[in-house]
Design a protein around this ligand. Structure first.
Ligand code: ADP
Ligand code: MG
Ligand code: MG
Length: 847
């Protein structure tokens, strides 16, 4: 295998092999730009090194050969005492990981060659300062010397003596005086830097594979720290934070590369660099933009009035810049709309939809946790769901952790703060679904009954806090927030021309809508949610969770149903619920007139509607409870299940208490008759066998007949029990449609409970790479995805036109949306706030 490549041998398409930095250096050489000569050791060599603990055997000879060629072209030898060549040894993997790995500059300087450098440059101070920098960088990155005391005023020559002593103290050896040994040690250190802790953390965050390795670019040094007409800088071809046109950058005279980033001295604008160089830089920038057809960022150095290009890449940018730049490039005729759509993403759009704290000064945070659901929320602290619901003003619900009982309170609050749990905890998942700000796992806070404590500070109920769901920071007091213009646009309160960013978003959304095949529906339990989602572009409701309609002040009615000891009592309880349900459904139908609305019959175990066992038991035991509580306690005990998620729920409950489903179906039919243009679809949860569905179906049909319907409403099923996926061919005979419940399908397919795994083994599993990402966040294609495909294939084999959708968290997850597109689904359904994200991604799945 060949491990070393000259700059003239590569191009920008070889990032896998040469790393992004290396491949782009080659590309610039190909474009005829002024790049100091050099060569690249491939990522393949790094992978061998990381596997075997030593470089491949043939590497040394190859480096020798390329180094000789470099020396010949420069007319200087590495570290030559009379006229030394110096090089930089630079890291760079396939994906840019800014600042995560190591680079060593000025390799080749020794006690002997520093004298030569002083002589050839005619600048003694510069030569010794460069040597000082080498010992410092080499010491730190190659040999792990923790720090060298910095002293700007000191004579660099004295600093070299001091630094060499520090080097010896820490490493037990002298600073290497063999230039080639320096080069090899620096190369190995760059390889090793692939696995520094911060690199590992960064890769996990950015989902960069852990086994790619880094390339090493060896580049002849050019010096920005040589004279007043030397310097170094960074530049962007457009503004990376807003995306606006116009070059943008910083320059530092008489300095070496890393000084700009380190922020030691104040930089100046690019037009302060030597005029000739500035003009040349502008030309180069437009060459780069038309070559890469995108925003480029650039590192350059000026040595005695001569411009050198040291790096370029397609630049990182904010979400706002991503949308703006994509549209500008289309206007400029550089890319087409399909390409523009590829360059933005649902994740980016989500960032533009969260409200934000004004970026004026922020105080010291009070605590910090996991930024679980982005956004900015301010409110008075409350500690119970009931208090949140009762509050007539903005509140932040603070809990140790949340559970389904807290849902009304979560809906009522501006934001949620928990002291336990991570990104897939109940609080996090629910909050993201609702587009509600959430910080979870802020473990420095101790949550009590009516206050929480952080160190010395006690925050009481009613005190105001601000939480930042992006950074996970918690602040005492109010920090001003502003609503995102993108949301105002989706909501219809501003129009597309109001703001240039919104104009760009609008354009890309229209294109996505124009090309996508997948429809996007919403999950909505109220008319209000449905109406909002419709403004956000929802093409119907894919899931109405009827159980949410039984909470709050309707709880007593459910309790009556559960406590009923005779058929008459049961009927009375159901009769009381019927008109309420009818109104619930009619409200949603009205909001979605002309579009389909899928209503799921009641799903969770009944005990979820009753008070917790322990609470009741204590109440009764202490004599506080009345007769009703005693009765309730009996019922709760009777219904207690070891594993309620796998117990009496969904269709099972419907078949055991038939009146319940029948009441719901009747309410749906009556609401349908009441609201013209409504298109209800009745969905049965938790079906595992076709017989279950047939039983519900015939009961539903009887009710439709009874209510005098001419055309029967569609009755379909969730596919969420693995057995349903496996027998989809049978179930399809009794189903008018399928809707995948991927949350339950994931939970039952893997055999772990979504609500319990977070704090126990998920972190470990992510660390071990058993998951790249939680399967509750992004659908697990290999496993659960197979069940999905199987059910689609077998269902459609029986009914080629079977309508198939998905409801649940995954319906709004960008990666999962692509999977559902390729699996041939008709629609995805997600929470209102994710509707635009799913629309965009459904378009991206096509282009
Ligand atoms: P990073 O990936 O952290 O930016 P680089 O490899 O780009 O690391 O190098 C760090 C700094 O050193 C940059 O400012 C770069 O421009 C500068 N640099 C790298 N190689 C050379 C060189 N051959 N001559 C002058 N400066 C260089
Ligand atoms: Mg760089
Ligand atoms: Mg389910």
């Amino acid at each position: 295998t060949k491990y070393v490549y000259d700059f003239s041998e590569g191009h920008k398409g070889l990032k896998d092999l040469l790393g992004g930095k290396g491949a782009n250096l080659c590309e610039m050489v190909r474009l005829g730009l002024p790049v100091p000569p050099g060569f690249i050791i491939s990522t393949e060599a790094c992978r061998v090194y990381l596997r075997d603990g030593k470089p491949p055997v043939s590497l040394e000879a190859e480096v020798d050969e390329h180094l000789s060629a470099l020396e010949r072209s420069m007319g200087r030898k590495l570290g030559d005492p009379a006229n030394p060549l110096l090089v930089s040894v630079r890291s760079g993997g396939k994906f840019s990981m800014p600042g995560m790995m190591e680079t060593v500059l000025n390799v080749g300087l020794t006690d002997a060659s520093v004298v030569g450098l002083a002589a050839t440059s005619g600048n003694e101070r510069f030569a010794w300062d460069s040597y000082r920098r080498l010992i410092q960088m080499f010491g730190k990155t190659v040999c792990g010397v923790p720090s060298f005391p910095h002293d700007d005023k000191a004579d660099p020559r004295e600093l070299v003596t001091r630094y060499k002593e520090i080097f010896r103290e820490h490493t037990g050896r002298d600073f290497p005086q063999d230039p080639r040994e320096q080069l090899d040690m620096a190369t190995a250190a760059v390889f090793d830097s692939w696995n520094t802790e911060r690199a590992i953390i960064y890769r996990r965050q950015e989902r960069i594979p852990a086994d790619l390795g880094t390339a090493v670019s060896i580049v002849a040094m050019v010096f920005g720290n040589l004279s007043a007409d030397s310097g170094t800088g960074v530049a962007f071809t457009r503004d990376p934070s807003t995306g606006h046109r116009g070059i943008y950058g910083d320059y530092l005279a008489n300095a070496q590369g890393e000084d700009v980033v380190a922020g030691i001295r104040n930089t100046v604008q690019l037009d302060k660099m030597p005029a000739q160089c500035f003009a040349e830089l502008k030309t180069i920038m437009s060459t780069l933009e038309s070559n890469y057809r995108d925003l480029c960022d650039i590192e350059f150095t000026v040595e005695r009035g001569k411009l050198w290009m040291l790096q370029t890449r397609v630049g990182k940018r904010t979400a706002a810049a991503a949308f703006t730049i994509a549209c500008h490039l289309v206007e400029e005729g550089i890319i087409d709309m399909d390409e523009a759509l590829r360059r933005v993403s649902g994740g980016r759009l989500a960032q533009l939809m969260f409200p934000r704290f004004d970026d004026s000064e922020r105080p010291e945070p009070l605590a910090s946790g996991v930024g679980a659901s982005p956004g900015a929320a301010v409110g008075k602290v409350v500690f119970t769901s009931a208090a949140a619901v009762a509050a007539k003003q903005p509140v932040i619900l603070v809990r140790r952790e949340t559970n389904p009982d807290d849902l009304p309170g979560m809906i009522a609050s501006q934001g949620i703060l928990t002291s336990r749990g991570g990104k897939t905890s109940h609080a996090a998942v629910v909050a993201r679904g609702m587009g509600k700000t959430c910080v979870c796992g802020a473990d420095s806070i101790v949550v009590g009954e009516d206050s929480f404590v952080v160190g010395e500070t006690t925050v009481r109920e009613g005190d105001v806090i601000s939480i930042d769901g992006t950074t996970g920071k918690v602040y005492l007091g109010e920090i001003p927030v502003s609503a995102s213009p993108v949301v105002q646009y989706f909501d219809g309160t501003i129009d597309a021309e109001a703001d240039p960013l919104v104009t760009a978003v609008d354009k890309l959304m229209r294109h996505a809508d124009g090309v996508r095949r997948l429809k996007v529906r919403t999950n909505a339990d109220t008319g209000e949610d449905a109406a909002r989602a419709r403004r956000f572009g929802a093409q119907g409701v894919g899931l109405t969770r009827t159980e949410h309609m039984f909470l709050g002040d309707r709880r007593p009615l459910i309790e009556r149903l559960v406590l009923a000891t005779s058929a008459t009592e049961q009927r009375a309880a159901l009769d009381a619920l019927l008109p309420l349900q009818r109104k619930d459904f009619a409200d949603i139908f009205r909001a979605m007139q002309g579009l389909p609305v899928t209503i799921r019959l009641i799903d969770p175990p009944l005990h979820e509607f009753l008070p917790p066992l322990e609470e009741l038991a204590v109440k009764v035991a202490t004599g506080e409870g009345d007769e009703h509580d005693k009765e309730l306690l009996g019922a709760v005990r009777r219904m207690h299940e070891q594993n309620p998620m796998l117990g009496l729920r969904g269709v099972r409950l419907g078949l055991v208490i038939p009146g319940l489903f029948e009441m719901q179906v009747r309410a749906i039919v009556q609401a349908y008759l009441e609201v013209p243009g409504s298109q209800p679809e009745i969905m049965v949860p938790l079906v595992g066998a076709v017989q279950e569905l047939e039983a519900v179906r015939s009961a539903a049909t009887a009710i439709m007949v009874d209510e005098g319907l001419e055309h029967h409403l569609p009755v379909g099923t969730m596919i969420e029990v693995p057995r349903a996926a496996l027998t989809a061919g049978q179930i399809a005979h009794a189903a008018d449609f399928f809707s995948f419940g991927t949350n339950d399908l994931t939970q039952m397919g893997w055999g772990f409970s979504r609500d319990d795994v977070e704090g126990t083994f998920f972190a470990r599993y992510l660390e071990l790479g058993i998951f790249g990402v939680s399967p509750f966040e992004t659908l697990d294609r290999d496993g659960i995805g197979r069940l999905v495909r199987l059910a689609v294939d077998e269902g459609r084999a029986v009914k080629p036109d079977l309508k198939i959708g998905v409801c649940g968290e995954h319906g709004g997850d960008p990666e999962s949306v692509h999977f559902f597109h390729t699996s041939g689904l008709d629609y995805v359904s997600c929470s209102p706030f994710r509707v635009p994200i799913a629309r965009l991604e459904a378009g991206r799945a096509v282009v």
